[in-house]
Design a protein around this ligand. Structure first.
Ligand code: GAP
Length: 514
């Protein structure tokens, strides 16, 4: 594919064409940064959620799930610090009147430097072939070293300025780097200002008695306020975790990367409650465990990296992102945060209720520390979808578009195709369909030549096509074609369930994390 922009456009149009994602309320020209999941999208999203839930809740004896409400008592957000500190630094361009996130402008500038590094590496890889030592090249090539040092220095300064709330320096940095409005090229900037990201709403019928609420900007607080309820009713012993998936809302200003940054999105979060002082050990554990989960999906080790934070959120003593190589470069996919006792201690203070754990081993009560893993479900969807979309050149010189989704996540596992629409083949195909639908999401397709139907299923991401032909009537066998290899095998109808199950079974995929 030609370049990053083209590839990204292709991802967006493919997502629409194959029933994965539509712009929200499209008949009214859509709503900025809000999207709807379509018939295939909703299945892929559900499968990703389930893949996470199985790994985090079902496979951990000491982690349980909850489903807290989106609306919470407004004091929650005072206590959590979101009312005072959940801000983005914004800058306006005086000529174009466009508004940007100041930190994102700088990060995009750094991403361009990083792209130059990638280009140098790719060039050298080509030149040196098998003898290429990437690590050595990155450490010693003067141009790459210079680029990397420059990128690090910029990020460090940005991090420090944001940490100190020194917005004057953030603007100075933008000016020193000569960053221009990406849309117009103008460098005529306003001052940098803070802007709160929470959506407000009201509870109650009359204007006078209505209570001001917020739509939750993270699911985590629903877990914190339920910490003691779960601990007591579940008789949980530290260390233990509470997991949750659900919607979160942020009034994002820079929302121009499809489902990467949305105003309404879904998070999959887990808060792990631990003994104070053990946070470093658990931080390392969860970084490693979460990376393994990602790796189990086989989307390429080289597409992930950790980014340890310079600028820490108001609640954290350490934080790292798992970044993924999206079509527009490496960006945050998941955060692992060591949140100390900040949240529980704040909720104790604001609610006047004790949120402590009695540790029988220590024979004392304390406010536990918390290790959080937080991943955006929509962002994970984009990672999986964009990584899977490939255009392949075939031996006969033609190309095919194929969505190589990890089969465990694919919305439809099998397409059942009668070779022709007559001679009793549709009837047999429908029987197979009726039988397999008890175990898998299957689809039936009898329209067009079988080659075209294969291409359609390839592009929709279906891992298996089963074709019923005239031999089927003779000997109860069908061909099963694999999406990625296009290999076709003749098998007995009764073997189908086992073949598909082996390939899509969550256990087989998750075991790769071990
Ligand atoms: N509870 C911690 C927390 O919310 P965060 O880094 O602000 O931390 C966690 O968000 C994850 O949620 C991110 O890594 C990202 O995957 C996802 N996320 C955050 N804002 C998002 C947005 N506007 N649209 C889509 N996903 C978002």
């Amino acid at each position: 594919m030609a370049n990053q922009d083209d590839q990204f456009k292709k991802v967006i149009s493919h997502a629409k064409e194959y029933g994965y994602i539509f712009p929200s309320s499209e008949i009214y020209d859509g709503l900025s940064a809000v999207y709807d999941y379509a018939q295939n999208g909703v299945e892929l999203k559900k499968n990703i959620r389930e893949y996470w839930w199985k790994a985090m809740v079902q496979m951990h004896d000491n982690i349980v799930g909850i489903d807290a409400s989106i609306l919470m008592h407004p004091t929650t957000w005072k206590a959590s610090g979101h009312v005072d500190a959940f801000n983005d630094p914004l800058i306006d361009n005086k000529d174009s009147k466009k508004r940007y996130r100041a930190d994102v402008l700088v990060e995009d500038y750094v991403a361009k430097i990083e792209a130059k590094v990638e280009k140098e590496i790719a060039k050298a890889e080509k030149r040196f072939g098998d003898s290429f030592d990437k690590e050595q090249f990155v450490a010693t090539n003067p141009r790459v070293v210079k680029y990397n040092e420059e990128a690090q220095a910029i990020l460090k300064r940005l991090g420090q300025s944001l940490e100190k709330e020194d917005l004057v320096d953030v603007k100075a940095l933008i000016e020193e780097l000569g960053i221009a409005d990406p849309e117009t090229g103008s460098k005529n900037w306003t001052e940098v200002k803070q802007f709160n990201l929470m959506f407000g709403t009201k509870l109650g019928a009359s204007a006078e008695s209505a209570m001001d609420l917020y739509l939750r900007p993270e699911t985590a607080q629903g877990i914190f306020v339920n910490f003691l309820n779960v601990q007591k009713t579940g008789r949980m012993k530290i260390p233990f975790g509470i997991a949750q998936t659900g919607k979160a809302f942020r009034n994002e200003i820079v929302a121009r990367q499809f489902i990467f940054r949305m105003r309404e999105f879904e998070q999959m979060e887990m808060q792990f409650f631990i003994k104070p002082g053990t946070q470093k050990e658990w931080y390392d554990y969860w970084k490693e465990t979460r990376l393994k989960w990602h790796m189990s999906l086989g989307m390429g080790e080289e597409n992930y990296r950790f980014h340890d934070h310079e600028k820490l959120a108001h609640y954290a003593d350490a934080a790292s992102d798992i970044e993924f190589r999206f079509p527009f470069g490496f960006k945050e996919l998941e955060g692992i945060h060591s949140r100390t006792d900040f949240d529980l201690a704040q909720h104790e203070k604001f609610s006047n209720k004790k949120l402590q754990y009695f540790d029988p081993e220590e024979n004392k009560s304390y406010v536990p520390y918390v290790l959080e893993t937080s991943i955006g479900l929509d962002r994970m969807f984009l990672a999986v979808f964009s990584n899977s979309l490939v255009e392949e050149e075939l031996e006969n010189g033609s190309t095919r578009t194929v969505l190589k989704l990890p089969s465990v996540l694919a919305p439809t596992k099998v397409a059942i195709l009668p070779l022709v629409k007559k001679d009793g083949l549709p009837e047999v195909a429908k029987e197979i369909f009726e039988d397999l639908k008890w175990d898998f999401n299957v689809t039936y397709d009898e329209k067009d030549a079988v080659g075209r139907r294969y291409r359609r299923q390839d592009a929709a991401g279906t891992p298996f096509c089963v074709t019923v032909d005239h031999d089927t009537l003779e000997n109860n066998t069908v061909t099963i074609r694999h999406r990625d290899t296009m290999e076709q095998k003749r098998v007995k109808i009764e073997e189908l369930r086992g073949i598909v199950a082996q390939e899509v079974d969550i256990r087989n995929w998750l075991l790769k994390t071990k």
